[in-house]
Ligand binder design. Structure first.
Ligand code: ADP
Ligand code: MG
Length: 248
């Protein structure tokens, strides 16, 4: 939820991305301010994941520019790893190391990327795991945890890097319904705490409760955006109406 600070954290200008002849992003303009929660909706294949992946340079844009704070991350000289360290990402799949405990999973990038010593990394790992409700599971391995717990480990791992923005790409889509709530609860707490967030989700209740702004994408463009009330209760475009009509 946004505070009164108007500083732009992520600025996307005329973003285009093609895979061979398939242009999946066709000119996206979007600014995300400090503390803002932007929820991105849209049908499968509309380019939501590709847009998020461009923001932390997992995909290289074919056109346009992306700024993260003061840095143009699409510039040739940009240190990609420095950007990624500040841009946390949580995917549908948790991508935890199966042979490592929750704590070790959360420690690893802190030590490798941020060069924190073991003691500090461990302290922060326990702190973050406790925040996501797993203080009593720090020594469990992924296979000993539920999907929802594994996803919360993945969130703790991202948070341990002190990200300035968190990207969530369908973080709850792979989870059994009864496990979704705990993960959404953690995301909601993060939002309340002032984290800047870009969230792709199909959870309309979450979008309504937590989003400062809802973006509707289709065919690689932003078709419509507004407050949750504007987009859900009074969608302007036929495509948005159609999409919302099909899922609710
Ligand atoms: P969404 O997340 O909205 O479902 P995506 O961004 O995943 O959409 O995909 C948009 C389009 O880009 C789809 O047509 C998809 O097949 C294509 N696409 C995504 N990633 C790749 C890739 N690595 N190579 C080729 N095509 C891709
Ligand atoms: Mg996707």
């Amino acid at each position: 939820m946004s505070d009164q600070n108007n500083e732009i954290v992520v600025r996307i200008e005329g973003l285009r991305k093609s895979f061979d002849d398939n242009e999946v992003l066709r000119g996206i303009d979007l600014e995300v301010r400090r503390g803002e929660v932007v929820v991105i909706l849209g049908p499968s294949g509309s380019g939501k994941s590709t847009m998020l992946r461009c923001v932390n340079l997992l995909e290289k844009p074919t056109g346009g520019r992306i700024f993260f704070e003061d840095t143009e991350i699409t510039a040739k000289k940009t240190d990609i790893n420095a950007v990624r360290a500040k841009v946390g990402m949580v995917f549908q799949s948790f991508n935890l190391f199966p042979h490592l405990t929750a704590k070790k999973n959360v420690m690893l990038a802190q030590q490798k990327v941020l060069k924190r010593n073991k003691e500090e990394a461990e302290r922060i790992a326990i702190e973050q795991l406790t925040k996501v409700g797993l203080g009593d599971r720090v020594d469990y391995k992924p296979a000993e945890l539920s999907g929802g717990q594994q996803q919360r480990v993945a969130i703790a791992r991202a948070l341990a890097m002190d990200p300035h923005v968190m990207l969530f790409d369908e973080a709850t889509s792979a989870l059994d319904p009864e496990l979704v709530r705990d993960v959404l609860g953690v995301m909601k707490e993060l939002a309340r705490g002032g984290m800047t967030m870009m969230v792709v989700t199909h959870e309309m209740g979450f979008a309504r409760d937590v989003a400062d702004r809802v973006i509707f994408m289709d065919g690689g463009v932003i078709v419509e955006q507004g407050t949750p009330e504007e987009v859900f209760d009074n969608p302007q475009s036929e495509r948005t109406q159609d999409f919302l009509g099909h899922i609710s």
